[in-house]
Every structure is written in C-alpha cells, then in structure tokens.
Design a protein. Structure first.
Length: 343
C-alpha cells in the first residue's frame, strides 16, 4: 500500500493529540510525519509509535513534500493553508476559516462524500455540533425531506480546548475547598466577561451577533444547509455549554414533508454508517456523554413523535466532539481520498 507524508498543524492541542491516537488506531498509511505548532510549542518532544518527534514551529516552508496536511484548527489556518496548497498538499482544516467558502467543500464522509471531488486544495471539516447533528439527520432526510429543524445543544467543555477542561477541573477543586471559583475561559476567552462552568450552564458559545444568535448557532444553521445542499431547510439553534468533560449532546426536533413510522426512522438510523441507536425507554437505555466519550460513533435515542405538530419527531443525539466532531471526521476524509485514489 502506498504511504503518504502527513503534517499535523496544531499537534500539541487536544485535536492534534487525537489525530495521533487515531492514526495509530486506524493504521493510517503514513510514511513521514511532521508535527507543527506555534513558536510556544516548538521544540517539545512527542513520543509516537515508539519514535520521538520534535515539534517544529510552523512556517510557510513547513509543507514541502507533504501529501496531506491535517489542520487542528485555530486562527493560523487562514495563514498557512495557502502555503500548504502551493507546496502540493491537500489541506483538511478544522477551523471555521473556509467552511462557508463556496470554493471549499464542507465534508462529512458518510453524508456528502461526492463533494470531496470539488476541492481545490482545501477541504473544510464542519463544526463539531454540526457533524453530530447531520449524522442523525441524513438517514431520515433520505426517507423524507426535512422541512424544519429545532436543535438545542449541551456542549462539553473540551469544545473549548484543553483550557476548558482545566478550568472545569480547577473550579470543582476550588468549590470543594470553599474558595471562590475563578473563571477566565468560558463562554470565550476573547470576551470581556467570564463565568464558572462547574455546577452551571452557560447559554452562550462564541460571541453574539446582531441578530442575537451566537456564532456557534449560526455555524450550525449555515453549515447544515451547505452539507445537505438544501438552502430551503428551516433551522434554528440554541447552543449551551455544560459541565461535562467530553461528548456533546443535542436535543433535535425535526418536521418532515411526509409522515414516517418510528420503526422506519430507527431502521434508517441503525443502518447508517457511524450511527448507533440506543433507544429502549423501558430499560432506561439512551445515549449519555459519559458513555460515548472516546467512541467513534454518534448515538441516537429518545426517538418519538412530536404530538404538538404534524410529521414532527424528537430525538436525542450524542457524540464525541473531539473524535467524530473533529479529528476522526478529518481523518476519514483523508482515508476516503486514499481509498478512492482522489489524491
């Protein structure tokens, strides 16, 4: 099997570290591995598959002889992606920089794999909450067109990176010691005000826009329409940060153009690659973030009719946002390109 030269930009962060775990787990066919990060992390040693790698500072010349560049996300994507493409690499980017660019495909491999072929050197990985949602929407959409989606998210602190995890840890410790909880990260480190997340919920992820939605909510709306190639679908979202370490949860209500039986919906979901149905109310079986963390699949439960509207249904969807919501989805895009000889 042919092997490929891989670069990981953001190798020391949560998503970058998950890339490394998955590359080993999935026996990804790499030849050379180049670990890149900011100047702050340059020089760090990472032991991977028995070999010690030195993290290099990312520069415009970092992508020579690289076939696939996995970008973990962040503001550096816009700066370095053009250099990587110019050097001949295909960039698969986790940031929001290119997602809504009409020239850049936005990919969830199980949902819209054919769109990969439209790339011009850059492929965008959707927002983590968007990926988890469309994995549940697509198999139902294939049975009956979805007219409207109402989604509320319950997003883990790991969505804010390692700093979010550390802050929750610190606040729990401070609270147990009777101290005032210090907050510097959430809802966003760039905002003027911060709130504790321990024992709390924060109904804001990212900054508010003029329309009173947050950027995170608009990402879910716009990205879903692009991925599903349905700009008439009505979508509204409320995104909430919760004191859970890992794995996002979503309460999703959908309205269809025609009725479906619950059996048909469950069969479609259970048959869809990367989705597992956990739905047995009598036995109290339903998805929960504690049990879906560090698992590849997206889990769906609490599937039921919405008795308040025709052709409407509710479901509860949970998935690991660092895996399927970020690193795994990115790697699956690369694997699909290799399998189909699209590189």
């Amino acid at each position: 099997m042919k092997r490929y030269n891989i670069a990981i930009l953001g190798a020391t962060g949560a998503v970058g570290q998950e890339f490394l775990k998955l590359i080993e787990e999935r026996n990804f066919p790499f030849a050379e591995l180049r670990l890149l990060a900011s100047s702050r992390s340059a020089g760090k040693e990472i032991v991977f598959m028995g070999k010690t790698y030195i993290v290099e500072e990312a520069t415009k010349d970092s992508f020579a002889n690289i076939d696939i560049a996995l970008f973990a996300g962040g503001s550096v994507s816009k700066e370095f992606a053009p250099y990587a493409v110019k050097a001949g690499a295909v960039v698969i980017d986790n940031s929001s920089a290119f997602r809504m660019d009409p020239e850049v495909p936005l990919i969830v491999p199980e949902v819209n794999p054919e769109a990969i072929l439209k790339h011009k050197g850059i492929i965008a990985n959707p927002n983590c909450s968007t990926i988890i949602m469309v994995m549940a929407l697509k198999p139902i959409y294939d049975l009956a067109k979805i007219k409207r989606v109402v989604v509320s998210t319950y997003q883990a602190v790991s969505g804010a990176g390692k700093e979010g995890i550390d802050e929750l840890d610190n606040q729990v410790r401070e609270h147990s010691e009777g101290k005032t909880m210090t907050a510097n990260i959430l809802p966003s480190s760039s905002l003027p005000k911060h709130y504790p997340i321990a024992f709390n919920l924060i109904p804001q992820i990212d900054a508010f826009l003029d329309n009173l939605y947050t950027k995170e909510e608009i990402k879910m709306i716009d990205e879903t329409k692009k991925i599903m190639e349905d700009y008439e679908m009505k979508i509204t979202a409320t995104t909430v940060r919760v004191p859970v370490y890992r794995s996002h949860s979503e309460s999703i209500n959908i309205e269809l153009e025609q009725p479906l039986t619950l059996a048909a919906i469950k069969t479609a979901l259970a048959s869809f690659p990367g989705v597992q149905v956990q739905d047995n109310p009598k036995e109290q079986i339903y998805p929960m973030p504690l049990f879906t963390s560090e698992v590849d699949d997206v889990f769906v439960g609490r599937i039921r009719e919405d008795n308040s509207a025709p052709n409407a249904y509710n479901m509860w969807v949970v998935g690991d946002q660092i895996r399927k919501g970020a690193a795994l989805n990115t790697l699956q895009i690369a694997e699909m390109m290799i399998k189909n000889e699209w590189l």
